[in-house]
Design a protein around this ligand. Structure first.
Ligand code: GLV
Ligand code: MG
Length: 308
């Protein structure tokens, strides 16, 4: 799973386009895409569409409302109970291991009540200060968790920020070069999401969970989206949300090794096999040392391509 497309659960006109897109997973959003007075109707629309539309084999999830709202629990129970075509849930604003365990027990009960081919999947968002403070505990204690998404928009709210821009770079979060009196002092932008993103990615990798980056909001900014994809991948993220189908191609391409990566991997593998046959543990490629440990990178590249 490299890409996830979110579709507002009260906009069935978008469902078919999402289902036919090249995304790996699709989720119908009952949370922040839907106003409070439309929550129940959106749940019904989602339930009906899940059962009647052709989803083209897409992994199909629902983002439910948070567990501390009047809708979240019923979203899980009603859709989990009535929709055998549903693959699982995305649960926002998880703040503690206890809360996660409550969700896990609810899914256990749904799976026992109505056994399916595969158990309901559980994906969560970490997007509050308290959730981030407990992220290691949460992922270590989870039993049926598959992925954790970082939700930058809610996280900023949780830190008391109210800037309109949701992107990681900000003209306010900068360091100033030079000293007082220097001419041409410059401001260098920092990445205000770095701490949260790196912490979540590390916690996920420590406990075998997939880290997923939340959406890049301005879908007309192709360069911005591309940089955001690559930044997430560099921090260890394995997938990213798209809020518009136009972003899916870029995400799918970013979270797979490139053709050059594969060529490099095959060349290294050949050189290392020859080195082993001649009794040495290392070889040279383009003037650089490659050794047995490099095989791990080679294996990872080939495994990712093989799986896709
Ligand atoms: C996503 O849910 C976010 O809050 O950014
Ligand atoms: Mg959110």
């Amino acid at each position: 799973m490299r890409s996830l497309l979110s579709v507002p659960a009260n906009r069935p006109a978008f469902f078919e386009k999402g289902a036919k897109s090249i995304v790996d997973a699709l989720f119908l959003d009952l949370e922040d895409s839907v106003f409070a007075d439309q929550k129940i109707a959106a749940r019904q629309t989602a339930g009906h569409s899940i059962g009647t539309l052709d989803w083209h084999g897409k992994r199909l999830l629902v983002r439910v409302n948070a567990m501390d709202t009047e809708w979240g629990f019923r979203d899980l129970v009603e859709l989990g109970g009535d929709c055998p075509q549903l693959d699982g849930f995305m649960v926002p604003k998880i703040c503690s291991l206890d809360e996660l365990r409550f969700v896990e027990q609810t899914l256990d009960a749904l799976d026992r009540e109505r056994p399916r081919e595969r158990p309901l999947e559980l994906h969560i968002l970490i997007e509050t200060a308290i959730g981030l403070a407990r992220v290691e505990q949460i992922v270590e204690g989870a039993r049926r968790l598959i992925s954790v998404t970082f939700g930058a928009g809610d996280f900023a709210m949780s830190l008391g920020l109210y800037g309109r821009a949701r992107s990681a770079g900000s003209s306010e979060y900068v360091v100033l070069t030079g000293e007082r009196g220097d001419e041409n002092r410059q401001t260098h932008w920092n990445d205000s999401h770095h701490y949260a993103m790196a912490r979540i990615a590390n916690a996920c990798h420590a406990f075998g969970i997939i880290p997923v980056d939340g959406p890049f909001a301005d879908f007309n900014d192709k360069l911005g989206a591309d940089v955001s994809n690559r930044r997430a991948r560099s921090l260890g993220y394995q997938a990213k949300w798209a809020i518009h189908p136009a972003l899916i191609d870029g995400i799918n391409a970013t979270f797979l090794p490139t053709a050059e990566d594969v060529t490099w991997a095959l060349t290294v593998r050949k050189a290392l096999h020859e080195a082993r046959a001649s009794g040495t543990g290392s070889a040279q490629l383009d003037g650089r040392l490659i050794e047995a440990a490099t095989m791990k990178t080679v294996d990872r590249i080939l495994m990712l391509v093989d799986r896709s």
